[in-house]
Design a binder for this molecule. Structure first.
Ligand SMILES: *Cc1c(COP(=O)(O)O)cnc(C)c1O
Length: 421
């Protein structure tokens, strides 16, 4: 459920008509709903009620500090995958004790910053990383709390580019090697083992892969405890999918996911952490764009928008589907027609949809890409020297620009010309 609904024939973000925002900030822009963010965070929080738990929002899905602050104020933790994300979470007011640090390539400098600024745990992904972290922590006179990310060799049944839990993926250590790696971790001076971490992929639309992975984690917990490790925390990663189309079957709900966690892992008495990103922010954000031209092609019409693949790369990168809707609701009975929906970037890959049925549209009309909140703004680039588009946060009848559109001066001034030119 989200808070982008038609009212009096005009698409609103909560209580704000989108044309009002478009007039104020120009198009294209990303628009997020506070009410949807809050609702989705609470769904997870409530799904784990009765178990000691922390919902650590995956910052990489949408990392604007206003979003982090909104979630942090509700008590959310954060899952970060870089020093930059760590800095964002801290700047947004989230205390280090609620930040977990994931990722396969943490540098010594990133480790140092997190150890000094405060960290809940590092999710370690390899043996070399274990040794490096121990050295950095010991050098600072600190002990780093860690889990080790295990790769359970489970097929997440999702897009190949976002599956992470198969043995051929770069993530985690093979679960079969876990005992040896935990033994090494326990022997290193700068580390304290607190638990186990697993994350098998993103946009999962079925609970079965989660069940398989969590079952392996449950078994491993018993084995590691028997080996003498104090396994008291299980970080189960993120990955629960969202409906990108209204027509497809709905993915499992957070309540069902929570019930599965309770069923498979509840008896272990561990503190549970989860790291949802997409489900919290995906349907809490849309991308609003204007039609620049409608161009007649051979057997098809092109809807040329002012948004492009550099603003929303998911269709080009993952063949992702986004529902596209007109901001002004068509009159009942209006006949839809097929359009190829494209952006202005000089690449054929800059195609959002082919033969998409939409009501007749004309230059200047506004359209909205639904479900664009996750892996949207964060993956944007300035390709074709197109400015990063603004982000807007709505809260009831209020809206605020939470990242302004940079001017060309600001973009151009980042280049520096060498002396010899
Ligand atoms: C990307 C990622 C997540 C979030 O995944 P979603 O599909 O957005 O829920 C959580 N944990 C880790 C380690 C990740 O890499």
């Amino acid at each position: 459920m989200d808070h982008f609904l038609y009212r009096d024939g005009v698409l609103h973000a909560e209580d704000v008509p989108l044309p009002e925002i478009a007039a104020a900030v120009g198009t294209p822009f990303y628009c997020y709903s506070t009410a949807t963010l809050v609702r989705h965070y609470r769904l997870f929080d409530e799904a784990l009620s009765g178990m000691d738990h922390l919902v650590c929002y995956a910052v990489k899905a949408a990392s604007n500090q206003a979003i982090l602050r909104t979630l942090g104020a509700l008590g959310a933790g954060m899952d970060v995958v870089s020093g930059g994300e760590y800095a964002r979470a801290i700047a947004a007011g989230v205390p280090g004790e609620r930040i977990v640090f994931s990722g396969v390539g943490k540098t010594a400098e990133e480790m140092r910053v997190a150890l000094q600024g405060g960290i809940r745990q590092f999710n370690v992904e390899s043996e070399p990383e274990l040794r490096a972290l121990s050295e950095v922590a010991a050098g600072l006179g600190k002990v780093a709390p860690i889990t080790i990310r295990v790769n359970p060799d489970v097929d997440a049944m999702t897009h190949a580019k976002i599956a992470t839990g198969k043995s051929e993926n770069k993530f985690g250590i093979p679960i079969a090697r876990a005992r040896a790696v935990y033994a090494e971790a326990a022997s290193l001076p700068g580390l304290e083992v607190v638990g186990i971490d697993v994350h098998i992929g993103s946009q999962l639309t079925d609970l079965a892969p989660f069940r398989a992975a969590f079952g392996k984690v449950a078994e491993l917990t018993e084995v590691l405890r028997a080996d003498g490790h104090d396994i008291r925390r299980l970080d189960l990663g993120g990955g629960l999918g969202i409906p990108y189309t209204r027509s497809n079957g709905a993915p499992p709900l957070p309540t069902e996911y929570g019930a599965l966690i309770r069923e498979v892992l509840g008896h272990l008495g561990c503190e549970i952490e989860i790291e949802p990103g997409r489900l919290i922010v995906g349907n809490a954000g849309i991308l609003v764009s204007s039609v620049i031209y409608v161009k007649q092609g051979e057997g098809r019409d092109f809807l040329i928008l002012d948004a492009a693949m550099n603003d929303l790369v998911r269709p080009a990168m993952y063949d992702a589907h986004h529902d596209i809707v007109p901001v002004v609701e068509p009159a009942p009975g209006t006949e839809a027609r097929p359009y190829d929906v494209v952006g202005p970037v000089c690449e054929t890959g800059d195609t959002f949809a082919r033969a998409r049925h939409l009501p007749p549209l004309a230059a200047g009309d506004l359209v909205a890409f639904r479900s664009a909140g996750a892996y949207g703004a964060v993956m944007a680039s300035e390709y074709n020297t197109r400015p990063l588009i603004p982000e807007v946060l709505v809260n009831g009848r209020d809206f605020a620009v939470i990242r302004p559109r940079p001017g060309f001066d600001e973009m151009l001034n980042r280049d520096t010309i060498p002396e010899w030119l």
